[in-house]
Write a protein that binds this ligand. Structure first.
Ligand code: MSP
Length: 516
């Protein structure tokens, strides 16, 4: 891309790349949906977007899992890649690229960066004796022991080993990083996470061991300056964000979406220091979401249940799943996934509130206005108090909705939108067009047409606003109203008479009842 252009760079957004040592679960699915909602929101706001996701395929866990199954690590990764790509399709994720860290395009860049840092004297070899956790693939410090001398459970088996390895001079960037974070308090969303990083940086950080001897781990990217070693999996994985867009002009990323467990130290400490050392720009923001639990326990640990939650997307539709996770999770906080609550939201928010509203419009449009949306009567507009209130509610809702969404407060945005949807239902009950339709009084006819026109416009606006979260449902609502699905918010979120005269479908069931 030419540098001297006035066209803004596409909004470049990424997810974490998932470990290729198991099937996708709820945590993976949520992160894809969240990132997709942000990507779609940006597109509707008129930005071009580049959306990257992918798989983290190297490391000990992948090697061990493959060995247990008696297949090669690459075969194991290929199988898992199919599952993750199916997940993306199943959830209507609009990623533009899918990177796998075993691809030549990635390995080449990792080696280039390593060579550059090595040549610059920022990587050195040293002998190190320390405690090593196989499960976490990292050295751990003695002070991390429990009071009784045992190791925290997350480390699994911990052994004392002496090893020669290569180290990246991470420690020399600590002062710079602290300063950078101080000057950019919004680099990490939500803000309290940034404070946690600063807390972590109060202690001196060690240089980062970026190699693993091949005798211990063969499944990795060989160091360009020493064939006896492969690259530490985190150094390898973090580079994906840059390697995937190398020489495209897309770097820096506008947002990395990640879970709270991989903020400190990988994304908030290693990655900015690596980039700084390489002379590359930093990502503009880290968006850090919380954890889903299932009945209080970690969703990714109880894998059986966690993959069952993904079945709900198959049964109830991707949009219902997308709605549920976006409605329930306050980005940054933790949330508990409850199938019971999922079903309640499906029946009540989706079926009763939204689905019925569309059916009311289609039904009454067919019955009383020849199957099309009436024009709101001229003499009437602005006269009826309920109509005026409805329009005023939308005028207040739309900017707040956009503001919440721009600040990743999707749960609040949806809550607000549902306030409007419920107001549309109340409005319809208040006007009771089914009664007006039976009346011979001309004023009732005027009211009836006003009511249908307002209902239609309210639904149209709802569908446009809902598009990033529920793209299919939004498109279906618009299609059933004889409208083509909005591809931009521009001029589409103001109360108008855009739907007037359009043909209504006879019937639509957006959220069919699902039997247990
Ligand atoms: N491979 C590393 C990331 C490398 S990024 C350069 C990794 N993989 S992971 O498969 O364990 O996790 C991938 C993402 O899923 C992370 O952002 C993680 O936080 C997220 N989740 C995994 N389980 C989760 C929940 N239970 N809830 C929400 N998200 C969680 O870490």
């Amino acid at each position: 891309m030419p540098a001297n252009t006035n066209i803004p760079k596409p909004f470049y957004i990424t997810t974490a790349i998932d470990y290729a040592n198991g099937a996708p679960h709820l945590g993976h699915a949520y992160e894809k949906v969240l990132t997709d909602v942000i990507a779609r929101f940006q597109r509707l706001c008129g930005r071009r977007v580049h959306f990257l996701t992918g798989l983290d395929e190297h490391g000990q866990k992948v090697q061990q899992t493959a060995a247990r199954r008696g297949i090669s690590p690459q075969e194991a990764c290929d199988e898992v890649a199919v599952l993750f790509q199916a997940l993306l399709r199943g959830l209507d994720i609009t990623n533009d690229d899918f990177i796998r860290t075993t691809q030549p395009r990635h390995k080449e860049i990792v080696r280039r960066y390593l060579r550059q840092l090595h040549d610059a004297g920022l990587i050195y070899k040293a002998e190190y004796t320390g405690f090593y956790s196989v499960r976490q693939e990292q050295f751990v410090l003695g002070k991390e022991r429990n009071p009784d001398g045992s190791w925290p459970e997350i480390y699994g088996e911990v052994a004392s080993i002496t090893e020669s390895n290569y180290f990246f001079k991470l420690s020399q960037y600590q002062g710079w990083l602290v300063e950078f974070l101080g000057e950019n308090p919004d680099w990490i969303f939500p803000r309290f996470r940034q404070r946690q990083v600063l807390e972590f940086l109060k202690e001196p950080v060690n240089d980062l061991c970026i190699s693993r001897p091949k005798e211990r781990l063969a499944w990795g990217i060989e160091l360009p300056f020493d064939p006896d070693f492969v690259t530490y999996v985190w150094f390898d994985a973090l580079v994906n964000y840059a390697s995937a867009v190398d020489a495209t002009g897309l770097w820096p990323a506008d947002a990395h979406v990640i879970g709270k467990d991989i903020l400190v130290p990988p994304h908030a400490v290693y990655w900015p220091c690596m980039l700084r050392a390489l002379g590359l720009e930093l990502p503009r923001r880290l968006i850090v979401h919380g954890w889903w639990t299932l009945g209080g326990s970690k969703a990714s640990k109880s894998t059986g249940n966690a993959s069952h939650t993904l079945d709900l997307a198959g049964v109830y539709g991707a949009d219902a799943f997308r709605y549920y996770v976006m409605r329930e999770m306050n980005v940054g906080q933790d949330s508990d996934f409850s199938e019971e609550q999922f079903k309640i939201r499906y029946r009540s928010d989706l079926g009763n509130d939204l689905g019925n509203l569309l059916n009311r419009l289609l039904n009454m449009g067919a019955r009383y206005s020849g199957g099309s949306v009436p024009v709101a009567p001229e003499a009437f507009s602005g006269d009826g108090v309920p109509e005026r209130e409805l329009r005023a509610l939308w005028d207040a809702t739309a900017p707040q909705y956009l503001e919440h969404a721009a600040g990743y407060q999707f749960h609040a945005a949806l809550e607000l939108l549902w306030g409007f949807i419920r107001a549309l239902n109340r409005y319809t009950e208040h006007r009771a067009p089914w009664k007006l339709g039976k009346s011979d009084v001309p004023a009732d006819r005027v009211l009836l047409e006003a009511c249908l026109a307002h209902l239609a416009e309210g639904l149209r606006l709802t569908a446009v606003a809902l598009t990033p979260v529920m793209p299919r449902v939004a498109a279906r609502i618009q299609e059933n109203m004889g409208l083509s699905p909005a591809t931009s918010f521009e001029g589409q979120l103001e109360w108008s008479s855009r739907a007037a005269g359009s043909r209504l479908a006879g019937k639509a069931i957006l959220f069919p009842p699902v039997d247990a």
